[in-house]
Write a protein that binds this ligand. Structure first.
Ligand SMILES: [Zn+2]
Length: 289
């Protein structure tokens, strides 16, 4: 990956190297002097002023979204590293970098085929039952959009489908027999000229035929597993951010087990991400912010 260095203050890249900053946890960091505004800065690769090393932060994020609880990640660090990190810090890293990376990935244009499968899952948040809605493009397995809501009503389904189809109007959307989908589809896609929907709505009656199809179900089962592990989450502001992290983990970080490649690659996004995928995604996001 090529690194473009810019001044953190004025964003110009007219600078000279000027000394080294020694840090306890992130080693020696090159300092620069900006020739445009005269201020000193270090290269902001997304970890500006963080007290832990990039590799520790990104392992924490990766482990957490691989389905380890924040406490288990903390215990793992205690066993293997000198400096501890509390489970609260680990959650803070996750939220902080999910927001940064999502800002960047939202601007990307994945090449989607247009056969969409949508599903909603219940999320236990304290005593509440929330819903996590998720839509997957069949050929790429790329998650095209998701939505987090405290209810499951027509308006929620509309919000969800809007997000799911933001990058592409699909050939069809397949859903279960949820009551809210037909109304939402009608609202969004009914054409007076055609006297029908502009986007086909396929409905799978789960009691008769099972869910979707076996291969797409594997993806939804993985998502459901992750979502179930959010049990006990109390904060409504935090839950959707962590769900967004699960989606990033799926689209950009984890190789699809049977297809042996990444949904982002299948969708033609040539991001040139190396072995530490979270680290490179964060760097890309910092460069393109
Ligand atoms: Zn400057």
């Amino acid at each position: 990956m090529t690194k473009k260095i810019t001044c953190v203050f004025c964003k110009q890249s007219n600078y000279i190297k000027k000394g080294i900053r020694r840090t306890q946890n992130r080693g020696n960091i090159q300092k620069y002097k900006c020739l445009a505004c005269g201020k000193y800065f270090t290269n902001d690769e997304g970890f500006y002023r963080m007290r832990n090393s990039e590799s520790k932060i990104t392992s924490g994020i990766d482990l957490y979204f691989s389905n380890l609880s924040s406490r288990k990640v903390r215990n793992y660090f205690r066993r293997h590293l000198d400096h501890n990190a509390s489970h609260v810090s680990i959650l803070e890293w996750c939220r902080r970098y999910v927001l940064k990376v999502q800002k960047y990935t939202n601007k990307l244009n994945p090449n989607l085929n247009g056969r969409f499968y949508a599903d909603e899952m219940m999320v236990d948040r304290g005593n509440e039952k929330d819903a996590f809605w998720c839509s997957i493009d069949w050929d790429t397995r790329f998650i095209t959009g998701f939505h987090y809501s405290t209810h499951r009503e027509v308006s929620d389904a509309i919000d969800f489908i809007k997000k799911a189809t933001k990058k592409k109007i699909p050939q069809y959307i397949q859903t279960d027999a949820g009551m809210f989908y037909p109304q939402a589809m009608r609202k969004l896609y009914y054409s007076n000229r055609l006297h029908s929907l502009r986007v086909e709505h396929k409905v799978i009656n789960t009691s008769k035929t099972g869910k979707h199809n076996v291969r797409i179900e594997t993806v939804f089962m993985k998502m459901r597993d992750r979502v179930n592990n959010f049990r006990g989450f109390k904060a409504l502001w935090s839950a959707p951010i962590l769900m967004a992290g699960i989606v990033l983990q799926h689209n950009f970080i984890e190789e699809h087990t049977s297809l042996r490649d990444y949904p982002c690659d299948r969708a033609g996004l040539n991001l040139n991400i190396g072995q530490n995928r979270w680290l490179d995604l964060i760097r890309l996001s910092a460069q393109n912010s």
